[in-house]
Design a protein around this ligand. Structure first.
Ligand SMILES: Cc1ncc(COP(=O)(O)O)c(C=O)c1O
Length: 402
């Protein structure tokens, strides 16, 4: 069976982390994978998580299987986080949630669902997008198309071009949008732009699929779903893939969720039954620990407040690093775009889409042991006051010589 098997290429992002681990340079810097680091370069366990875990250790009654779609309290917590408890999709019970292993698991289950209920849909992806998106949809055999998203001249949203492309979408096609903190560009639509996107999708009869991996890392937990809520006002059906890897720091616990909004409670329940069949034939049911942490924190007023505070600290540290990065580049006379480096501070979320080209990225790795994704995406959350001078010196070196 395996005689003809050749090596697959390493993953665009995890492959970088492997190369980083093997690099013997003590001053190496990893700005590849989207993992938050604190000022000391560590990825800490949040205090609210530690406290929730201590409670769980003391009180957890059993490790028996969860239901196929996870614990119902987790589903309630996820929906309230996205929509708010009073939102009509919640009160009308038009939304159902399945707990999946990570945001990636949620996207994969969404892809399986789409393939199952509408095998000939097109999935529209932003250009550029997270490199795992096309891999996930390819794995289930869905057709993909792309729409323009980023304007390289202005370092901003290519909004009019995006709207024109979305005007070509067929009825029932799925349009993948990043709920906030677009990866890799860090550029999100404004609330007015979200409304117009919603109008076009409603006109075309298309279904939005929101990848919501960074809730709380743009403006705040309550502010970040504005785009999703604007879409909800305009279309009867949509899907949201949440992840608690970044905002709770629960990367390795694999906590995500697929929430499907349907036109009626009856339709939502039917979809839920199909999701359960697909999950049962895949990983059967989800792992308990990470989701129990999230449910415990969100179900306790004190722990929730603490979480919001810890998340705010992460968000503010990243923003501070953005400003420092831009000013340190300025000081060295490095301009990452024709209009300077101000765009770096405008981008949202963990990443900066730096404009560095593939050759410069390769030189950063080979000559300076600085690891960033080939598209030029830098993980700002991996920058610290202490690695900043070395990083900016290296960028100055590779940009001046090219
Ligand atoms: C845009 C986007 N979607 C989804 C994910 C998946 O996250 P998870 O680790 O929860 O699978 C990530 C993680 O990097 C991401 O950047």
């Amino acid at each position: 069976m395996f005689e003809h098997v050749t090596h697959a290429p390493p993953d665009a992002i995890f492959g970088l982390s492997e190369a980083f681990r093997k690099d013997p340079n003590p001053d190496k810097i990893n700005l590849g994978a989207g993992v938050y680091k604190d000022e000391d370069g560590r990825t800490p366990v949040l205090d609210c998580v530690k406290q929730a875990e201590a409670r769980l250790l003391a009180t957890e009654p059993s490790k028996s299987y969860l239901p196929i779609d996870g614990a119902s309290a987790y589903g309630v917590a996820v929906r309230e986080l996205i929509f708010g408890a009073d939102h009509e999709v919640v009160t009308e019970r038009r939304a159902v949630t399945a707990h999946n292993p990570g945001g990636t698991g949620a996207l994969r289950v969404a892809a399986d669902l789409m393939k199952h209920v509408r095998p000939d849909v097109n999935v529209w992806l932003s250009e550029p997008t997270w490199p795992n998106h096309p891999q996930i949809f390819e794995a289930v055999g869905l057709e993909m198309k792309s729409y323009p998203y980023f304007d390289e001249d202005s370092n901003d949203l290519a909004f009019e071009r995006m709207i024109r492309a979305l005007g070509q979408v067929r009825a029932n096609d799925v349009v993948l949008l990043h709920g906030c903190c677009h990866n890799p560009t860090g550029v999100d639509p404004t609330i007015e732009e979200w409304a117009r996107i919603g109008d076009v999708l409603a006109e075309r009869g298309a279904v939005p699929l929101l990848d919501f991996a960074y809730q709380g890392l743009a403006s705040g937990v309550r502010e970040d779903p504005v785009g999703i809520r604007a879409l909800c006002e305009r279309v009867p059906e949509l899907m949201v893939c949440s992840s608690f890897s970044k905002n709770f720091g629960l990367y390795a616990e694999r906590v995500g969720a697929l929430t499907v909004v349907a036109a009626s409670e009856e339709r939502a329940q039917a979809v839920c039954s199909q999701v359960k069949r697909l999950v049962r034939a895949n990983y059967s049911n989800p792992p308990v620990h990470g989701s129990a942490i999230v449910t415990t924190v969100l179900g306790d007023a004190g722990l929730s407040e603490q979480w919001l505070g810890e998340l705010k600290q992460m968000r503010e540290r990243i923003h501070h690093m953005r400003q420092l990065f831009a000013s340190e580049l300025d000081r060295r006379g490095v301009m990452l775009s024709a209009e300077g480096n101000d765009f770096i501070a405008r981008q949202r979320g963990m990443f900066s889409f730096s404009g560095l080209d593939r050759l410069q990225v390769a030189r950063l790795r080979d000559e300076h042991s600085i690891y960033i994704v080939g598209s030029g995406r830098l993980n700002v959350a991996g920058m610290t006051e202490s690695n900043m001078p070395r990083l900016c010196d290296a960028i100055a070196a590779v940009t001046s010589a090219s």
